[in-house]
Design a protein around this ligand. Structure first.
Ligand code: HEM
Length: 278
C-alpha cells in the first residue's frame, strides 16, 4: 500500500476485487445465475470465518480457557443461524430458472466445497473417503488432510475435561462425566458450554435438512451435478462408516445422498446423555 494514500473502505475491504469475482456462464446471462453465485460465495466466506473461530476455540479448550470458548461458540452459533437463513434466498429461484444455467455447471457441485468438509471434519464427522474428491497436492486436498489429522472440537473438549480431572478415556466414562456436568450445579458453566455445542450441532443438522429440502424442491430426485464426483468417494475402503454414510448413499448421490446426510451428529454423546437424565 502506498504510504501517501490513506486507507479507506474500498481499499481495506478490496471491494472492487470482491465484486469482480462473479463470472456467470450463461449467455445471455440467465437472471438468477448472479444470485446463485453470490449466495454460494457468501456461504464460502462464512465457512472461512467459522473455520477461523473453531480453530481458535479448539486451542482455547486445549489451554483450559472455558470462558473464551463460550464467547467463541456464541459467535459460531450466530453464524450458523445466518447460514440457515440464506437458504431462503436461494429458494426464491424457481426450478425453471435454475434450468436456465444448471447444465453449464456440470460436474461442479457443492460436494466439492473443501471448506464445508473441513468444518465437518473439525466438528467430528471425519471420513477419509472425501479426500478422494481432490487431486493430491491441491488446496482442497491439503486443507482436508490437515483437518483429518488435527484434533476435533470433541477431542479438545475431552482434553479440557481431563484438566478438570474428569475421566474421559472411554465412551462410558465420557457419558458418566457428562451426567455429572448436567446434574451438578457446580458445573453450570460447563453445562452451558455443552448446550451451546448442542446448538451448533443442531443448527448444522437443520442446515443439512434445509439444503436437502431445497435441492429436492429445485431438482426433485434427478441426479445432482456432482454425480460423477460422488463416484470418486464411493470406493470401498477399510474405514467402517455409520449406516447413513455407507456405500448405498454414495452410490445414489444427488438428493438421496443429501437425505442420508440429515442424520449424522457431531456430538452423539451430548444427544445421548439426555436419555440418562432422571
Ligand atoms: C439450487 C440450489 C442447490 C441445489 C439444487 C443443490 C444440490 C445439491 C446436490 C444434489 C448435492 C449432492 C451432490 C451432487 O449430487 O451434486 C449437493 C451437495 C452439496 N451442496 Fe448443494 N445445492 C444447492 C445449493 C447449495 C448452496 C447454496 C450451498 C452452499 C454452500 C450448497 C452446498 C452444498 C454442499 C456443502 C454439499 C455437500 C453436502 C454434504 O456432503 O453433506 N449447495 N447440493
Amino acid at each position: 500500500m502506498n504510504n501517501k494514500t490513506p486507507i479507506n473502505y474500498e481499499s481495506y475491504l478490496k471491494i472492487s476485487e470482491l465484486t469482480g469475482l462473479q463470472s456467470p456462464l450463461s449467455q445471455p446471462m440467465s437472471h438468477d445465475e448472479m444470485q446463485f453465485i453470490v449466495v454460494h460465495q457468501a456461504y464460502e466466506l462464512w465457512f472461512k470465518l467459522l473455520t477461523h473461530e473453531i480453530k481458535a476455540m479448539i486451542s482455547c479448550l486445549e489451554q483450559g480457557n472455558l470462558s473464551q470458548s463460550i464467547s467463541i461458540m456464541k459467535r459460531c452459533n450466530e453464524i450458523t443461524t445466518v447460514l440457515n437463513q440464506q437458504i431462503l434466498v436461494m429458494e426464491t429461484m424457481s426450478p425453471t430458472s435454475f434450468l436456465g444455467f444448471r447444465n453449464l455447471l456440470n460436474p461442479a457441485s457443492g460436494l466439492q466445497s473443501y471448506q464445508f468438509r473441513c468444518l465437518e471434519f473439525m466438528s467430528g464427522l471425519k471420513n477419509e473417503r472425501y479426500l478422494g474428491l481432490y487431486e493430491a497436492g491441491s488446496v482442497g486436498h491439503n486443507a482436508l488432510t490437515k483437518a483429518f489429522l488435527e484434533p476435533t472440537i470433541w477431542d479438545a473438549f475431552m482434553k479440557y475435561l481431563q484438566l478438570q480431572r474428569f475421566t474421559t478415556e472411554e465412551e462410558k466414562d465420557q457419558l458418566a462425566s457428562l451426567k455429572i456436568i448436567y446434574t451438578n450445579p457446580k458445573w453450570d458453566s460447563l453445562h452451558f458450554f455443552c448446550e451451546s455445542l448442542m446448538d451448533y450441532d443442531e443448527s448444522f443438522r437443520v442446515w443439512r435438512h434445509r439444503h436437502f429440502l431445497m435441492a429436492e424442491r429445485m431438482i426433485g430426485f434427478k441426479p445432482g451435478t456432482g454425480q460423477q464426483e460422488v463416484s470418486k468417494i464411493k470406493n470401498e475402503d477399510s474405514t467402517p462408516l455409520p449406516p447413513s454414510e455407507s456405500g448405498q448413499a454414495f452410490r445414489e448421490a444427488g438428493v438421496h445422498y443429501l437425505k442420508s446426510r440429515t442424520e449424522p451428529k457431531y456430538f452423539p454423546l451430548l444427544w445421548e446423555v439426555r436419555m440418562h437424565l432422571v
